[in-house]
Design a protein around this ligand. Structure first.
Ligand SMILES: [Fe+2]
Ligand SMILES: [Fe+2]
Length: 136
């Protein structure tokens, strides 16, 4: 069973970033599926490490995009990304220490991160991008 499905409420109005978010969701679901199917700890650890890479690449892209559109909230958004990566690394370490076994706390963190960050934080630069386009 997937952890989360994409839905229109996650659309921030910037297609390139929506694409990244879908990819992140996909990798989260891969971890959740592998966990549900009882895959080995080594597989889970690899998938968890992959999600960290996908997320940090996305954050870098997103920050570059926000800079391009002159988004005034860039500095604080960057701090939030750093914080998320730090939290993620703690979860990843705990999973590793537990022999590659993920738990509900981790999946709860992923779900909250996805919903709260995309809808609450990313949506703000999406709204700014829309305004910038209208002014252009
Ligand atoms: Fe973000
Ligand atoms: Fe994002």
């Amino acid at each position: 069973m997937p952890l989360m499905q994409w839905d229109a409420a996650l659309d921030i109005g910037v297609e390139a970033m929506n694409e990244d978010h879908r990819e992140i969701l996909d990798v989260m679901n891969q971890i959740h599926d592998a966990h549900g199917r009882g895959q080995s700890g080594a597989v889970i650890n690899l998938l968890v490490a992959n999600l960290a890479e996908v997320c940090s690449a996305h954050f870098a892209d997103e920050e570059a995009y926000m800079a391009r559109i002159g988004y005034p909230g860039l500095a604080s958004h960057k701090i939030i990304h750093q914080h998320l990566l730090g939290e993620y690394a703690k979860h990843a370490e705990a999973i590793k220490a537990n022999g590659g076994r993920a738990n509900d706390e981790f999946f709860g963190f992923l779900r909250r991160w996805l919903v709260a960050h995309i809808k609450g934080i990313d949506a703000k630069y999406g709204a700014h991008a829309k305004g910038a386009k209208l002014r252009a």
